[in-house]
Structure formats: C-alpha cells, structure tokens
Design a protein around this ligand. Structure first.
Ligand SMILES: Cc1cc2nc3c(=O)[nH]c(=O)nc-3n(C[C@H](O)[C@H](O)[C@H](O)COP(=O)(O)OP(=O)(O)OC[C@H]3O[C@@H](n4cnc5c(N)ncnc54)[C@H](O)[C@@H]3O)c2cc1C
Length: 411
C-alpha cells in the first residue's frame, strides 16, 4: 500500500464524510475499514427476512436541516417527509389507549423531554424528570431509546446539547443503503484493520494487519467504545491522552428485533409506533410498525434489560419481543409472524455498542473533547458532533469538519 497525505480510519458516516471532504478539496486520502462492507452503524440488509430493514440508523433526524437529505435526493433514496397524524398507540395492561389517554401519554412524553432540555444540569436524566404517573414505563422506554442506554447513566445537560428540530423522516429505501451509496467511487480499502497509530512530529505511522502506512494526518472515526477498550493502540501523545478519557462518553446498548409479518394486526392500520406497557414492568416495549407490501414490526430495545437479552442470545431477544406482542394482541399474532431476525451491535467488535452519551458529570468534558487539539491525529464521528451527537448526520458533518481542518493543517 502506498503512503498518502490523509488516512481515515473507518468507513461509517463520519469516515465517508471525511473522504468526501478530502476529495472535494483535491487532497489525496485513503479510508481503511476493517469490515468487509462500508457504512458501520448504517446498515440495511434483509438478514433472512423477505425485505431489507435498517439494523442501525433509519431516521433522518432534524430532517429540515439534515445534510443527508440532499444526498438522499441526489441518489434517489426514498423517505417519508409527511408527518403522520396520531402515529402512536399505547397498550396498557389489558387494552389500547383511547383518544383521551393517548393525549395524556403524549403530554407525559412532551413534559419529560422539556424537563431534560431545559434543566441545564449535568446530572442523571431521571433526576430532572417529572413524575409521569401511569405513563412512566413509556417515558422510561423513550428516554432510554433516545439516550441509547439507561437514562440514569446519561447526563441531562449533555443530552440537551442536541439541537432537535422535531422533524424525523424514515428512509424507506434504507438509511444504511443511502450511506453505502454515498461511498461509491471513494478511495476505501475494506478488510484492513488498523492496529496502532504512532503519532510523531509532522506525521504518523498507521500499523494495519497488512503493513504500515505513513501519513501526514490521520482521522480516526471508530466508536468511543472501540477506542476506549484499546482496540487501536496509540503511542503516548495528545491523541492517546484523549482516548484514555473516552470512557466518559461511552456507547450504550440499543438493539432491534425485526418481525416480518404476513399482515399487520387491524389495530395497527394507522399506527407507526406502539408502546406496550405490561403490568409489573417499569419499562414499556416499543415497536415500530412498517406498512406496505412487506409489513414488519420492529422491536426497539435499549439499556440494561436489552443488554441482558442480547447477552442471552437471539432467542431470548425474540421471545421477549414476541411476549409483548402476545400480551397486546393475543396468541393470534403468532400466526402472522413469518420470520424474525435480531441485531447484535453490543458484541460487534468493530462497534461494541449503540451510540454515545456523556456520563453524568461529563457534559463539559464532551464539549471540550470536540474542540481539543490532538495535532495530526484527530477524531471524528457521532460522539464528536457538538449538537447532532449520536446520529448519522452528526457523524457525517463531524467527518467533513475534521477533514477540512486536517487538510488545512497538512497542506
Ligand atoms: C440500533 C441503532 C439505531 C440508530 N438509529 C439512528 C437513527 O434512526 N438516525 C440516526 O441519525 N442515527 C441512528 N443511530 C446512530 C447512527 O447509526 C450512528 O451515530 C452513526 O452511524 C455512527 O457513524 P460513525 O461514522 O460515527 O461510526 P461507525 O458507523 O461506527 O463507523 C466507524 C467505522 O470504523 C470501523 N472500524 C472500527 N475499528 C476499526 C479498526 N481498528 N480499523 C479499521 N476500521 C475500524 C467500523 O467497522 C465502522 O465501519 C442508530 C444507531 C443504532 C446502533
């Protein structure tokens, strides 16, 4: 392999963004990706089911400001930009909520997010939440999904750094497929694992499982869990100092169970999201309802209960999700399920989790790490996005920003 001015480690949304920026500025670069595919946590695949589904990102969050919408239009990806009226349904211990109950449920969710967004406190999220009463299991679930981990381990003020425009559009043709298509034509080597980065004055040596490469600058986009667990060795220096502290911004647990259906239950005809509150459980179970020719019910699970399930294996995950469906719809639902598949981001050695959050007490650390000067070895990715953290478009924008700075530094 030849030497090159800028080496980018990882071909997820951030690495692809960085590569596009280098290409736009006419600076030679090379992306090294350990997996045999590009996309990272953006991944669309059928996994044995009749149609493809997004294992990782699916929603164009902040869609009215999201730079990937332009890419979707350019590349012919399809998405739903029309907001749906009354997309939620809640099943609570025996019955589906009526209109009045749904309004109360939505009010509880809205109050919870307002409390987090306005608290300004670098404390665990539950410390700032109002009592959600009957809807507490659903609030607990939504907070856990949005934070990507147990809310008690997430800083409220760091979470509130996210600037939400409340426009979230699902990519019907697959967000993973879109990000993969964006990588077309870029200089990416897949199947190359970076083992170590030796930072020195004026450059860096990148050690891979296929030999060493010299670069003037390196942009590292692996997840904070991959970095914090020492999967890439860094020689002592400013980059190593930052990596050493990345356990303050870990990736949590967020997994999916996908059920392919021969038909959706009639009760779901107008519904996009179902929250199932089972008696005795302080966490509801969430389903995304996919309509169309190949209907699906996708169970989203996060935090410590999802961790226990994913460690117990795909059958445990599927049984849990199936149990919630049976509670809500009766055993008749089983006849409609024609296939099931699960994700396993937690144990994927190239990701090791969902997406990042700052621990309570680490909000300012997170802000500072994004602007910290680590010289000719810099970091990009969802965790390094100031106001779009934990998202694919945040990762992409971070990659572009860091590449623009790196190009200026090495030119
Ligand atoms: C279940 C789930 C649902 C989500 N839903 C949404 C959503 O709806 N909308 C949204 O915007 N975001 C969502 N996200 C978050 C979004 O997917 C991520 O924030 C984003 O894709 C991260 O991109 P990245 O480039 O920072 O990291 P990654 O995608 O993790 O890319 C890093 C790359 O580095 C590679 N790598 C790691 N180690 C090495 C090594 N040693 N050598 C070479 N390469 C290496 C990895 O293989 C990977 O390809 C979701 C995530 C999950 C897990």
């Amino acid at each position: 392999m030849s030497d090159t001015p800028i080496i980018i480690v990882g071909a997820g949304a951030a690495g692809i963004g960085a590569a596009l920026e280098c290409a736009a500025r006419g600076v030679p670069y090379m992306v090294l990706e350990a997996a045999n595919r590009v996309g990272g946590r953006a991944y669309t695949a059928a996994a044995g089911l009749p149609s493809a589904w997004d294992h990782g990102c699916h929603w164009l969050h902040c869609a009215d400001a999201n730079p990937l919408v332009e890419w979707a239009d350019k590349l012919g990806a399809t998405y739903r930009s029309q907001e749906v009226t009354n997309p939620f349904q809640v099943w609570d211990s025996g019955s589906f909520a009526d209109a009045e109950e749904l309004a109360a449920y939505e009010g509880a969710i809205t109050r919870a997010f307002e409390a987090v967004e306005t608290s300004g406190r670098d404390v665990p999220i539950p410390d700032v939440l109002p009592d959600a009463g009957r809807w507490a299991p659903s609030v607990n679930l939504i907070m856990t999904l949005m934070a990507g981990d147990d809310a008690k381990g997430v800083s409220a003020s760091a979470y509130a750094d996210y600037v939400d425009t409340d426009h979230n559009w699902p990519v019907l043709s697959g967000y993973g497929a879109l990000i993969t298509a964006m990588a077309e034509g870029l200089n990416i080597r897949t199947g190359v694992t970076v083992k170590a980065i030796h930072q020195r004055q004026g450059g860096a040596t990148v050690t891979t499982d296929q030999g060493d490469l010299e670069a003037a600058g390196v942009i590292v986009t692996a997840s904070t869990n991959v970095l914090a667990r020492g999967m890439i060795h860094f020689d002592p220096g400013p980059a190593a100092d930052l990596v050493f502290q990345l356990d303050r911004v870990p990736c949590g647990i967020y997994e999916k169970v996908a059920f392919a259906m021969d038909a959706l239950p009639e009760e779901m005809a107008q519904t996009r999201f179902l929250s199932v509150q089972q008696s005795g459980l302080d966490m509801a179970t969430n389903f995304q309802i996919v309509h169309g020719d190949a209907p699906m019910m996708l169970c989203h699970m996060a935090g410590s209960y999802a961790h226990a399930l994913v460690m117990a294996g795909p059958d445990a995950m599927t049984d849990y999700a199936r149990g919630a469906l049976i509670d809500a719809f009766g055993t008749r639902i089983e006849d409609r399920i024609i296939g099931a598949a699960t994700t396993n981001w937690t144990n994927d050695p190239l990701v090791l989790g969902s997406y990042s959050h700052a621990l309570p007490g680490s909000a300012q650390f997170r802000r500072d790490m994004i602007t910290r000067d680590t010289g000719n070895v810099a970091f990009a990715g969802e965790a390094f996005s100031p106001n779009w953290q934990a998202t694919a478009h945040g990762a992409y924008a971070s990659g572009r920003d860091v590449a623009a700075r790196m190009v200026a530094q090495v030119s």
